[in-house]
Design a protein around this ligand. Structure first.
Ligand SMILES: O=C(O)CCC(=O)C(=O)O
Ligand SMILES: [Fe+2]
Length: 363
């Protein structure tokens, strides 16, 4: 057994950052190869499907494909952009909070969302940038100079992530026996939707008061492409007795997870796993944590309900009622429903997603 904070494999750590400790429980997520998935390798595609049914999270090794390597390069550039972005004064950043206009794009300051039913507040700030804005199919939102100057890098990162999303959707489409292109036709690059990049920053927390930085949730959309360097992300495996485990960040890999839309489209066959962000473990807890995310969502007008045309997707049961809600309304309800600055009384449950199904506990 290694001592606290030590590491066995230098390649499993990020240069310049304190190592992820070896003595905390981690999720045994599958590591899939982008090169193999792009080549249509049947075993790798089957592993992707398995991971999507069982846990809804997997690592994607980007190092064995030219596309993946260039996405890693774009992610590196945006980590630097993110650091500069959050260096702006709070006063300036707040001018880009558009939530009062019912928009989830722009800045969210630290401590504006509840992380649990007790009303404890979050400990991170983030900034959401709309894909539609960056590719010029919606009116541009006001943005700080550092974001205006990096629109090209953002577009490249968004497109690169969207290619990964489309690949995952096409493999799932095939495995679900859906008519060809069913899923990708609900996620067209140049159609209006909620796709976004999120820059995240969480400062180190006081040693004697380390808490959840981002409350437990399932992602709202379809497929998430996440870049982590410091630990802190945790998932709750299925089952009544499950305990939170860390997802160890791996250099050269993205973390891919499915969101609520995939659960609704497949009537619970695919899984959108509950996750949260805790303070980074061990000596990592003294460092500032940045992360970078690409969230894909079904196009705005898509209704989030069971898809027709598959013999594998379970039918709607007799006593089951599907909510009539569009992708756009779902995301607004989930993204803004727990903001203490927008609502006097927070109905924590009303802003919930598919968490209950995610637990896979039969009642
Ligand atoms: O920062 C992370 O690692 C995860 C963030 C996350 O889960 C989210 O923004 O939905
Ligand atoms: Fe998330």
């Amino acid at each position: 057994m290694q001592s606290h904070g030590s590491y066995t494999d230098i390649q499993n750590n990020f240069p310049g950052l304190p190592p992820f400790p070896d003595d905390v429980p981690t999720a045994p997520l599958l590591r899939l190869s982008l090169g193999k998935l792009l080549a249509g390798d049947p075993t790798e595609c089957e592993r992707l499907f398995q991971a999507s049914v069982e846990i809804g999270f997997f690592y994607l090794d980007l190092q064995d494909s030219g596309h993946g390597v260039s996405l890693l390069g774009d992610a590196d550039k945006l980590f630097t952009v993110g650091e500069k972005l959050f260096e702006l004064s709070l006063e300036e950043k707040k001018t880009f909070d558009f939530s009062a206009q019912n928009s989830y794009f722009g800045y969210k300051g630290q401590g504006l969302s509840t992380v649990d039913k007790a009303g404890n507040l979050d400990r991170n700030e983030f900034y959401n940038v709309s894909k539609d804005d960056i590719i010029g199919i919606s009116d541009p939102l006001p943005a700080p100079e550092v974001l205006k100057q990096s629109r090209k890098q953002q577009e490249s990162f968004m497109l690169g992530s969207h290619v990964i999303v489309s690949l995952v959707l096409n493999i799932l489409n095939d495995k679900l026996h859906l008519p060809q292109d069913t899923l990708s036709n609900l996620h067209r690059w140049r159609s209006t939707g909620g796709d976004q990049v999120r820059f995240v920053k969480a400062p180190p927390q006081p040693v004697d008061d380390r808490r959840t930085a981002l409350g437990q949730h399932t992602d709202f959309g379809s497929v998430t492409v996440l870049f982590n360097r410091l630990g802190g992300l945790q998932v709750l495996p299925p089952g009544a007795d499950a305990e939170w485990v860390y997802v160890r960040p791996l250099p050269g890999h993205a973390i891919i997870n499915l969101g609520d839309a995939m659960v609704k489209f497949t009537n619970g066959l695919l899984r959108s796993n509950i996750h949260r962000v805790a303070a980074p473990p061990g000596i990592q807890g003294d460092s500032t944590r940045y992360s970078l995310v690409y969230f894909s969502r079904p196009e705005d007008s898509v209704m989030l309900r069971r898809l027709d045309g598959s013999d594998l997707i379970p039918p709607i049961e007799k006593d089951q009622v599907e909510e009539e809600i569009s992708s756009k309304d779902w995301i607004i309800r989930r993204a803004l429903g727990r903001r203490v600055d927008l609502h006097k009384d927070i109905d924590y449950e009303k802003a919930a997603g598919t968490e209950q199904m995610s637990r896979r506990i039969r009642v």
